[in-house]
Write a protein that binds this ligand. Structure first.
Ligand SMILES: [Zn+2]
Ligand SMILES: [Zn+2]
Ligand SMILES: [Zn+2]
Ligand SMILES: [Zn+2]
Length: 581
């Protein structure tokens, strides 16, 4: 089919559907989308919790739990152990499909009946306080991380250890406050940098060691604020930047940020990839509009966090690990094939509109099933019955679609409606990527949850912490420290925080001043180094006369995540290479 322009049901902006998109939709036999790519990602993200955690009790064993579900919500929540046990059977909540009610309403009713996990995760060792992690050891307040150990306050840590405050860091050790990096060793505040060691405050540096406050460097040593120094001079001058002192740490942060704004940046972070558009892409080929796409991703489009041999998939937010033919999914991994409109799944095939499916195939509208086939709304059918029933349901979804309060229509081929999510907007991943105020969220007809009233007895204010880590006593781990933001920032601020004994040791070992803001605020601050996942068509901003374009400004154009409103200087790859590579 030839490309078409349509109007998004949600934001009312125009969006394009290309021939390759139509080919994909017809291959998997779904109608073309009615929401634009950005709104589709937002809608998926609304169906997954981010970092809002609550205290409650397990409804099966009664033990105290930390959970992703607000206690005043309608859900039945089991602790991790009970949820995984065979003390209950999700099929007992199965029900016949009701052709007098929209599918999505029936699905929401099932959500309120089937017990939900307080926290998810597999193969955890001494890592109670983690969410959605796989094979992690000695981790605390760690989210969506895999094969990692001795870490705290991290998100998407992969094959890494002894690291704190990281966001998407792979194959690294002894790393602090870093984002989108690979293979770092002993690095503090590294952003978009790979293969670096013994360095601090680096942005887009590759293969560097002993560098401080550097940007756009390749295979350098002994550089301070992008100035190459003799070895002795470097060590002499870097002594001033003692990050064990909070005052120096702040000074370094500010200086680094102004250096960052004064230098050009490449329009996209793309490494070892061919024929791609998007940002933060590594070892990927033939992928368009992909973000945070790593390690063997091929022939995909609209991927927002995907990796490890994800193939032939469209509209994936968090997915991969040898999976293919996924469409409109969030958090589906582990050799998944043909999974559609689903959230949370491992090793599944041919699942539609399902949540937390494990080792299962041929499911439609099911929740928390393991090792099951041919089920609809958690009810088991014979193969032929199942096939007849789901074609009837697909028709019924179009004859009696779900309509939300704003008049958006959800036929077969739409992902779950945002208003039926188990999470309020400000508890979900959508909130950090597409921030909105309470009023905006309520105007959309979506859910908002008032932040929990925290009643921490703050025992020390951030301004009263010792300036230098060497002056921090062991007793600091007993204090409840007030967060500098004190809940005023709309960043899921917890208002107060503690320093754990392991964390204190880490700060001492790495010579890092005690933080003054809570882990959630630190996470939000770190993420400011990254752009949102929207592409803007822009021109190269270079007018350097020694480049190929000589006396005229560079004519190159590109798709970039740097919006025209941002202050950064953005170069095309030719100009960036001419300057830095
Ligand atoms: Zn839209
Ligand atoms: Zn805070
Ligand atoms: Zn250029
Ligand atoms: Zn140029």
């Amino acid at each position: 089919m030839s490309p078409e322009t349509r109007v998004c049901q949600n934001c009312k902006n125009q969006f394009g559907i290309d021939s390759e998109d139509f080919d994909f939709y017809s291959k998997i036999q779904v109608p073309p989308p009615t929401w634009c790519p950005d709104c589709r990602n937002l809608r998926r993200m609304l169906w997954r919790e981010e970092r809002a955690l609550y205290k409650d009790t397990c409804k099966l064993c009664g033990k105290a739990i930390i959970t992703i579900h607000a206690p005043d919500g309608p859900f039945i929540v089991y602790c991790r152990e009970c949820y995984k046990s065979d003390k209950w059977d999700p099929l007992t909540y199965g029900r016949a499909y009701d052709f007098n009610k929209p599918f999505f309403l029936q699905y929401r009713e099932l959500m309120e009946a089937v017990p939900r996990p307080a926290l998810t995760g597999n193969n955890l060792v001494n890592s109670e306080f983690t969410q959605s992690c796989e094979s992690v050891k000695n981790c605390y307040y760690v989210f969506w991380s895999y094969f990692s150990e001795n870490a705290e306050n991290c998100h998407s840590l992969l094959f890494s250890k002894d690291s704190y405050d990281c966001y998407t860091v792979d194959n690294s050790e002894q790393v602090y406050d870093s984002l989108h990096c690979d293979r770092l060793y002993k690095v503090r505040s590294g952003y978009f940098s790979d293969d670096c060691l013994d360095s601090s405050f680096i942005y887009d540096c590759m293969g560097c060691s002993d560098c401080f406050g550097c940007i756009n460097l390749r295979k350098q040593k002994y550089c301070l604020w992008n100035e190459k120094l003799p070895k002795e001079k470097y060590f002499e001058r870097v002594k001033y930047w003692d990050l064990g002192s909070y005052a120096k740490l702040q000074e370094a942060k500010e200086k680094f940020h102004s250096l960052y704004l004064s230098l050009p940046h490449r329009f996209a972070h793309v490494v070892n990839s061919q024929n791609v558009t998007g940002d933060i892409i590594r070892d990927t080929k033939d992928c368009k509009v992909c973000f945070s796409t790593l390690d063997g991703v091929q022939h995909c489009k609209y991927i927002y966090s995907g990796g490890l041999n994800l193939k032939d998939s469209w509209d994936v937010s968090a997915g991969g690990d040898s999976s293919e033919l996924l469409y409109e999914i969030y958090g589906v991994i582990g050799h998944a094939i043909r999974c559609f409109f689903s959230v949370g799944g491992n090793n599944c095939r041919e699942t539609w509109y399902s949540d937390w499916a494990n080792n299962s195939s041929y499911l439609f509208g099911c929740i928390s099933l393991k090792n099951k086939q041919y089920c609809v709304l958690n009810k088991q059918y014979a193969k032929e019955e199942y096939e007849t029933l789901i074609s009837k349901i697909k028709r019924h979804m179009n004859e009696m679609p779900y309509t939300d309060t704003r008049g958006r229509i959800y036929n077969f081929g739409e992902f779950f409606p945002p208003d039926l999510s188990a999470y309020a907007y400000n508890e979900s991943f959508a909130f950090s990527l597409y921030p909105k105020t309470k009023e905006e969220v309520l105007t959309e007809g979506w859910q908002w949850r008032e932040p929990q009233k925290r009643q921490y007895q703050i025992t020390i204010l951030p301004k009263d912490l010792p300036d230098h880590i060497s002056d921090a006593k062991n007793s600091i781990t007993e204090e409840v420290i007030g967060c500098e933001h004190s809940g005023t920032c709309n960043e899921q601020c917890t208002t107060a925080f503690r320093i754990t004994p392991n964390e204190l040791n880490f700060y001492r070992r790495m010579n890092i001043a005690l933080p003054r803001i809570c882990p959630n605020c630190r996470n939000a601050e770190r993420r400011k180094w990254r752009n949102n996942f929207t592409l803007w068509h822009r021109n190269c901003m270079c007018n350097q006369k020694n480049h190929f374009h000589k006396d005229t400004p560079c004519p190159n154009e590109f798709e970039t995540t740097f919006s025209p409103k941002k202050p950064e200087i953005i170069y095309c790859l030719d100009c960036y290479k001419a300057e830095y590579l």
